[in-house]
Structures are given as C-alpha cells and as structure tokens.
Design a protein around this ligand. Structure first.
Ligand SMILES: [Zn+2]
Length: 195
C-alpha cells in the first residue's frame, strides 16, 4: 500500500517541507551573491532566508524580514502570521519600516513561499506601495525569485488580465503566474529574476 506521505515525495515529507539538501548547500549560499552589489547585504539576506525556512518548515505560513541596504541591518521581522499565504504586517513592523525609510535607509523585503510559488500580484503591489528596492521570495523547495523593480505605472489589472487569460487556456496556477511575470517583464512593467 502506498501512503499519502509517499505519494507526496517520501515518508515524513509534507508538501511544505524544506529541501534541506538544497538550501543548506554552499551552492545555495552562493546564489545570494547575485542579489546585490554588497556582500554584507547578500549575506544578511541569505541568513534571514535560512532562518525563515527553518522556522516555517512543514507549514503553509509565511514570515517576512526587512533588511536595510544602507544600514546593512535587519530592520524588522514578522514571524507570527497564522493565515496560509499571507504576510502579516504588524504595527511594530510598519513603524520600523517607516522609521528606517525616514532615516534614509533603502529597504529589501524577504519572505517565504511554502510551495515555491512564483511572486504573486500582492507581492508586486506590496513592493510598489512600500517602496522596497528589492523583494526576495524564497521557496521551501529552494527557488529564489527577486523582483528588482516595479514601474510606477504598474496596476493590478495588468497582472490580472494576463493571468486570467492563461488560466482560461488551461495553465496551472504556477505556470500562469510565471508566464504572466514574463509578459509583465517584456512590457517593462516589472524587472524580476530567478537566482
Ligand atoms: Zn508572496
């Protein structure tokens, strides 16, 4: 008899299990070198990413960490979100973001996606509205996406129209999202990469 755990990829593995052989490798550490032109910032992003994967292993919840490109420090974190697929901005985190921005820091956001799903519409909007210089999305499967820029003209409908078209043509959620991100990139509305 095949158990559900085996169908999911092995005994004891949930679909939200972190792939430790990948994320604890030196190769995975090295992909963060491609993030920014500063080794301290890259190293900080890597350690924050690893920390949230350790914390959220086997769960469908998301942590977020904000680091400062100028201060080269962690500005704040939110680690108690309890709704799947949602990042929670606590008052404390919002205050820390506001104060760091006021002091001239340039912010980079990092959050985890338990199933390694590509950047979502709300990730793009959040980056635009909160003025992040980069937004990093770390999958439990080891995928790392970076949004480097969101054009000021980007609006929700740009994403939704393309995305719905792909869903209607039978694409899966994840495929539709990647294809949508590709089109938005071609139109110059966002810049993103997979590290
Ligand atoms: Zn997200």
């Amino acid at each position: 008899m095949i158990t559900i755990a085996e169908m999911m990829g092995g005994v004891g593995e949930s679909p939200n299990a972190v792939r430790w052989t990948i994320v604890e490798s030196t190769e995975w550490r090295a992909i963060f070198d491609k993030l920014a032109d500063n080794t301290s910032v890259n190293s900080l992003a890597h350690s924050e990413a690893l920390q949230m994967l350790r914390h959220r292993n086997n769960t469908s919840f998301e942590d977020i960490s904000i680091i400062g490109r100028v201060s080269k420090a962690v500005i704040g974190r939110s680690t108690k979100a309890a709704i799947a697929g949602e990042v929670r901005y606590t008052e404390n985190l919002k205050n820390r973001i506001a104060s760091a921005t006021k002091n001239g820091d340039v912010l980079i956001a990092i959050h985890n996606h338990p199933k390694g799903f590509p950047p979502s519409l709300s990730d793009i909007l959040s980056m635009k509205n909160r003025n992040y210089s980069k937004s990093i999305i770390v999958g439990h499967d080891g995928t790392v996406f970076v949004i480097d820029r969101v054009d000021s003209s980007f609006a929700e409908y740009h994403f939704n129209e393309i995305y719905k078209g792909y869903l209607n043509s039978g694409k899966s959620d994840a495929d539709a999202a990647i294809l949508t991100l590709g089109k938005l990139k071609n139109r110059g509305l966002i810049s993103w990469r997979k590290l």
